[in-house]
Ligand binder design. Structure first.
Ligand code: ATP
Length: 237
């Protein structure tokens, strides 16, 4: 079943074009990666799905319902979680408060406590540091916190913007092992990832964006074997 479907998405920043024509599908249970160089439109696409910026054209459908035009809280309450670029944490608040804020859009607030325990089981580092201020956490810990906060909305679709950016290799490994585990439990994932190698290892399928347009798509293994992808994105050939 198709969970997320984007058709001919267009996003403008004033007179500037953020995304010109992006179309993609994510099936339930799939891991889909968005690839492309800086400025290709990956962040803009994820933020538009999350309702953080308005679409100026095209459509975004989630679980059969149009969600473009809905505000961010309405999108989260439909169980789409985003771990955003730059994390957007409340740096003066504790780890636990940041996590609990992720549960705010839940219709049934009694679910927050078990979700919190689940996030702590997934990221024991966050449990150890539950009272620490988010602003004093390391980059890797902040990334875990941003993903943990997205999980607090009990997402059916987890969107991750550059989950490996700026992290030490050992932390990247922990992050991806964790994401593999969540995928194994049935979670659907859409991620933007600078590291094409990493993305194609983890994803089932991927879309390549170029100046705001989807220009290529396929299974991760087909794309990894594609000479164009190898030359432009994998530094081979
Ligand atoms: P990166 O990996 O560098 O974040 P990206 O693929 O995520 O790149 P976007 O950040 O979505 O790309 O940017 C797509 C286009 O939209 C770029 O041309 C960018 O300059 C523009 N853009 C993004 N945010 C804004 C903004 N707030 N105001 C104006 N233009 C913007």
């Amino acid at each position: 079943m198709t969970l997320l479907s984007i058709r001919n998405l267009e996003v403008h920043y004033g007179d500037l074009i953020g995304v010109a024509d992006v179309s993609l599908d994510v099936a339930e249970g799939e891991v889909v990666a968005l690839l492309g160089s800086n400025g290709a439109g990956k962040t803009t696409t994820l933020n538009a799905v999350a309702g953080l910026i308005p679409a100026s054209g095209g459509s975004i459908t989630f679980a059969g319902e149009r969600i473009d035009g809905k505000p961010a809280y309405a999108v989260v309450s439909r169980r789409i979680g985003l771990s955003p670029e730059g994390w957007r944490l409340f740096v003066g608040q504790s780890v636990e408060n940041n996590l609990m804020l992720g549960a705010t859009p839940l219709a049934d607030r009694s679910r927050a406590a078990p979700l919190l325990e689940r996030v702590y089981a997934i990221f024991p580092r966050l449990a150890e540091r539950r009272l620490q201020l988010a602003g004093t956490m390391s980059g890797g810990e902040r990334q875990m916190l941003a993903v943990g906060r997205a999980l607090m909305s009990d997402p059916r679709l987890l969107m991750l913007d550059e989950p490996s950016l700026g992290l030490a290799p050992a932390t990247v490994e922990i992050m991806y092992e964790t994401l593999e585990r969540l995928h194994g439990e049935g979670l659907t994932i859409l991620l933007a990832e600078q590291s094409v190698e990493l993305a194609l290892e983890f994803a089932d399928r991927a879309y390549v964006l170029q100046v705001g347009r989807t220009v290529m798509s396929g299974t991760a293994s087909d794309l990894a074997d594609d000479p164009e992808v190898q030359k432009v994105y994998l530094g081979m050939g």
